[in-house]
Design a protein around this ligand. Structure first.
Ligand SMILES: *Cc1c(COP(=O)(O)O)cnc(C)c1O
Length: 358
């Protein structure tokens, strides 16, 4: 059999491993931060009808500029954003790839602050962009001074921030984002995949867009919006920046079915987001209960909790899996990450974990 080593693959891809969150058929999957609540039946009916309508013209290419979807996403984000400020693709991973294709690439570098979303470095590599790292402060925080110093040291073409940060859940202050923008000459992208889970009334980086033409805020329908299988991510930025992404996207990258389904789901935004409060409650409960069990959970503004104090993360991961519960072992020493699921899922996770010897 031919192995990868025998193929004339790019030198910079040799020896790498692909993104690999385990996909196992378990009863309780709390490993990739999906919204684990069922989609409301009225939304399913509305999306299905929209897809059926779309099928009547499926012999034609879709709207290359996904105009209607952009209007709906702009409306969803609010704050006076215009449709021309919105870009979308098949998941925010593809949005990030477009950013790197347009503003990164060979000879350019992107700065990130690990531990952070592993796909940032993987997509950087895939586009031939060098991934460089800055250190965080205590408890995974990132102060304006620390972040700006890393920018000055590495002089990156792009900076990727993650707010709240995955996999740690750590909040990121708008002051840090503003400081990074001031210190840098390149694109600053804030990945806000978990923005809807932030405490009520906390400002998003969207509020910083005005007057900052190099700033990009990316979002996704995969997490709070309960649409991970639909594959729809998006960003907000200056119209000139979204226009630049048209140079690198493949024509018709968003299928007619994806566009129709996402528009229909956005028409039911309130119903799709109805479980966010309940998920926040379970996240806060996880922090309290994990501490009670003797673990060291970190503060989280997202829908997951990273907890330390795990003697053997791999063993605990496997013991939970024996009970049909899948969480995430990210290779951070003595830590595991768990998604806040439904109340029943969280209860079962905590009960089983309580019975496992640390
Ligand atoms: C889950 C996640 C995404 C979502 O990616 P999609 O391609 O939109 O599903 C993006 N960024 C971060 C930080 C995430 O954790």
């Amino acid at each position: 059999m031919t192995s990868l080593a025998d193929l004339p693959i790019r030198d910079d891809l040799r020896g790498l491993t692909p993104y690999g969150a385990p996909q196992k058929p378990v009863r309780i999957a709390l490993n990739v931060n999906e919204n684990t609540h069922p989609v409301p039946p009225e939304v399913i009916a509305h999306v299905t009808a929209a897809i059926e309508r779309e099928m009547r013209s499926i012999n034609r290419y879709p709207d290359r500029e996904f105009t209607l979807l952009r209007e709906h996403l702009a409306g969803y984000l609010g704050g006076g954003l215009a449709p021309e400020q919105i870009w979308a693709a098949n998941g925010s991973n593809e949005v990030i790839q477009h950013i790197l294709q347009a503003f990164g690439g060979p000879g350019r570098r992107v700065l990130g602050f690990p531990p952070t979303y592993s796909m940032h470095a993987i997509i950087a590599t895939g586009t031939g962009t060098q991934w460089v790292e800055g250190a965080r402060d205590d408890d995974y925080r990132l102060s304006p001074e620390t972040a700006a110093a890393a920018v000055e040291r590495t002089d990156p073409d792009l900076v990727f921030l993650c707010a709240p940060n995955n996999p740690t859940g750590t909040p990121l202050g708008l002051d840090t984002i503003a400081a990074v923008y001031e210190a840098s000459r390149g694109i600053v992208m804030v990945d806000e995949a978990y923005a809807e889970f932030m405490p009520e009334g906390k400002a998003s980086a969207l509020s910083l867009l005005e007057g900052r033409p190099r700033l990009v805020v990316s979002r996704t329908m995969s997490k709070a919006f309960a649409f991970a299988g639909g594959r729809l991510g998006y960003l907000a930025a200056e119209p000139a920046l979204t226009d630049a992404l048209r140079l690198v996207r493949l024509p018709y990258h968003l299928s007619a079915l994806t566009q129709a389904a996402a528009v229909a789901a956005l028409e039911h935004a309130a119903a799709m987001l109805a479980t966010v409060g309940a998920i926040r409650d379970q996240r806060d409960r996880l922090v309290v209960e994990l501490a009670r069990l003797g673990y060291a959970p970190h503060e989280s503004w997202a829908n997951f909790v990273l907890f330390g104090g795990v003697t053997d993360p791999h063993a605990t991961f496997e013991r939970l899996l024996e009970h049909d519960i899948l969480i995430r072992d990210l290779g951070i020493a003595n830590h595991l990450r768990v998604t806040a699921g439904t109340e029943a899922e969280t209860t079962e996770f905590l009960e089983v974990l309580g019975r496992i010897n640390r």
